[in-house]
Design a protein around this ligand. Structure first.
Ligand code: IMP
Length: 429
């Protein structure tokens, strides 16, 4: 059963968009399984750049069916804007589908996201402000959530909206001194969105199941990354869903036994946006070199500069285990082209002891000092290389050390932004 889950092994921004787009050239279906428009996937094709937030990265291929699964939280306004932007650029969207069980992000969700962050005094999560957390809170509290199946049922939606807005307004007014929302205004705006999106809404778990059963190649595309996972990430500095491989089954509605491989995407160094501890974080010239150079380490969704640091093998090993990774895809290797030497964190030193496993406690993590080994750089431009054996010896040694420390074999290596800037060591399909 040729279904492959693509997961991020760090704090998101590993380059999953490019990899999904690349693998989608041979796939028949790409399914997003969690998150929402907090994600930002950059895909570059023939010098043309596409920034996708909600729509799966397979959309650039005419025949690939692209699905927003039940685990996704969808802002219909943002989705329609993204669709319009792609249509204007000549992209065919006739194969886009939305799960009838996906959650709708309502106008009060981003407002609550901002107000909740502002109200925090001790620390802030540093969310993207897109309303993702509040939408998942409503999903799990159940009463206030609106799913697509309810959203496109106009009479039912109107009824539900009245009840929900009343509750939200009570909180907004009493807790946050916010004027609240007009239910009719939301209804008028959202009924137009519902009309536009209704033809795309279906039972996508059935679509995905049928495709996998028929032996078609299906990619399950994770957004964010392992350390932003609500259960396994650096809690509470995480997102509100399960980007890890376990989330792929719940967020698409196909059983875990139907998913054959888990490809873990991991950058040749580490980045993070938002708050929270980051053991291998760099400052000064080395951080600048990673951020400002070819790495272009700025958030696709928020434009915030990403914090940058060396490769952390404790994280890599942890992510390989949590996700049951079957192979790793190392991205942005070319960003290290100019370094004389490169450091790899192999363990954490905590109060005189060496930790080899990623700790749950952020207080411990914040006190951990990375233990580094230093390896020589290759000091040459590798962006044009397409054959693994043609890589400089130092680059191959670096990659092999990362694979050894992670405990998983390498399938692909990405050496540039463009689709074809990729080395296939072992094919995924
Ligand atoms: P939220 O998902 O907007 O609630 O943000 C929670 C945390 O996840 C913040 O630290 C965000 O910066 C981070 N985050 C959310 N989505 C992404 C992503 O796609 N890439 C990197 N970080 C993300």
């Amino acid at each position: 059963m040729p279904a492959v889950t693509i997961v991020g092994m760090q704090w998101g921004d590993e380059g999953k968009g490019k990899i999904t787009d690349l693998l989608a050239s041979e796939a028949e279906m790409v399914v997003r399984y969690q998150g929402g428009n907090n994600a930002g996937h950059t895909v570059v094709v023939n010098d043309e750049e596409f920034k996708l937030h909600l729509i799966p990265s397979g959309i650039l291929y005419k025949d690939v069916v692209c699905v927003l699964g039940n685990g996704v939280v969808i802002n219909p306004r943002v989705l329609l804007e993204e669709m319009e932007g792609l249509t204007k650029r000549g992209i065919d969207l006739s194969n886009l589908r939305i799960s009838d069980r996906a959650q709708v992000i309502m106008p009060y969700h981003p407002v609550l996201d901002r107000l909740e962050e502002e109200a925090r005094t001790a620390w802030r999560i540093g969310t993207t402000g897109k309303g993702i957390g509040p939408a998942y809170v409503d999903k799990y509290s159940r009463y206030d959530a609106i799913r697509f199946v309810d959203f496109i049922d106009e009479d039912y939606f109107r009824e539900r909206l009245k009840e929900v807005v009343e509750v939200k307004n009570r909180v907004l007014k009493k807790v946050y001194n916010h004027p609240g929302f007009d239910c009719e205004e939301i209804f008028e705006e959202y009924r137009e969105y519902a009309k536009a999106l209704r033809p795309l809404v279906t039972d996508t778990s059935l679509l995905v199941y049928d495709a996998i059963k028929a032996g078609r190649k299906v990619l399950l595309e994770g957004a964010q990354g392992t350390l932003l996972d609500i259960d396994h990430g650096t809690f509470p500095f995480v997102s509100s869903s399960n980007p890890t491989a376990g989330g792929a089954s719940a967020g698409t509605g196909v059983g875990p036994t139907m998913i054959e491989q888990v490809a873990g995407v991991i950058k040749a160094y580490t980045t993070r946006v938002g708050e929270g501890p980051f053991p291998t974080e760099l400052s000064g010239d080395e951080a600048k070199c990673l951020r400002e150079g070819r790495g272009r380490e700025y958030g696709v969704t928020t434009g915030r500069p990403r914090r940058c640091g060396w490769f952390d093998a404790v994280i890599a090993r942890y992510a390989a285990r949590i996700n049951g990774v079957t192979s790793i895809i190392i991205t942005k290797l070319d960003v290290l082209d100019e370094f004389d030497t490169i450091k790899i964190c192999t363990g954490y030193k905590y109060r005189g002891e060496i930790l080899r496993d990623f700790p749950a406690s952020l207080r411990i993590l914040a006190e951990c000092e990375p233990v580094f080994e230093e390896v020589p750089g290759w000091k040459q431009d590798i962006t044009g290389i397409r054959d693994y054996d043609a890589l400089p010896t130092e680059a191959k040694r670096y990659l092999e050390r990362l694979a050894e420390l992670t405990g998983a074999p390498i399938s692909l290596v990405s050496v540039g932004w463009e689709r074809e800037d990729t080395i296939v060591k072992t094919p995924i399909w």
